[in-house]
Design a protein around this ligand. Sequence first.
Ligand code: F6R
Length: 261
Amino acid sequence: MMRICICKDYNQMSVKAADIIQGIVKNNQIPKLGLATGSTPEGMYQELVKRNKEGLIDFSNTKTVNLDEYLGIESTNPCSYHYYMDEKLFDHINIKKENAHVPEGKSSDPIKAASDYNDILDSVGRRDVQIIGVGENGHIAFNEPADKLHLRTSVIELTQNTIEVNSRFFNRIEDVPNKAISMGIADLLDANLILLMISGKNKQGVVKNLLECQMLDTHFPVSMLYTHPNVILLVDEEAMEKVDDETMNKEIGIIKACDIL
Ligand code: F6R
């Protein structure tokens, strides 16, 4: 079941996501969060940092696991997801760094690094929530459109589309790694709640395809989220612009309006 929650704009989406995280962290002795990088969750992280400084949310017992990391760049490289997480969140909140996990992108043995990350996921256990963003081509984490999708954390080849889209974070497109370590689909789904966040004009096509798709499609990996019983899609009005009223008005079966707004 996917519940859809349409937010006025990016800011409202970020605040709503932070509200959900805050509730989960408050209500669990050892909260377990699955986190993502990219542009989409940045506003949510800012909001969480603010609330942590105001004493509204305490991360001292929280464990986190991130979706993915590029292969071949150091964690000190500002383009790495390690660096992103430190800069946007971990360095500014009271989380214990040993409880905040990101796959190891600079290992000389990437296959072992992927397998080690699966051990970490197994030891942390099922997450209370998993934050997920989506690529313009429908990828989730770095599970790219393909005939087959990995179940567990693996070494992944990035598509040209993803390399081009992500080159905005690098000085030159040649600097974008062409491989990553990424959680697989079974890992992504191993959470009590999936919070799928989608915002902005560039995502209009992917939102339309997601709401209109009638089948699971490995060439549209985000469709795999329909197999999870508890997904909240937080989407802003701009990303919804191409979805026609007919789609929204008709009984769309497994998609229901969300009551959290
Ligand atoms: C990030 C990740 C990616 C992004 C996706 C959307 O950890 O796994 O799948 O969620 O590429 O990125 P943004 O949010 O930059 O549009």
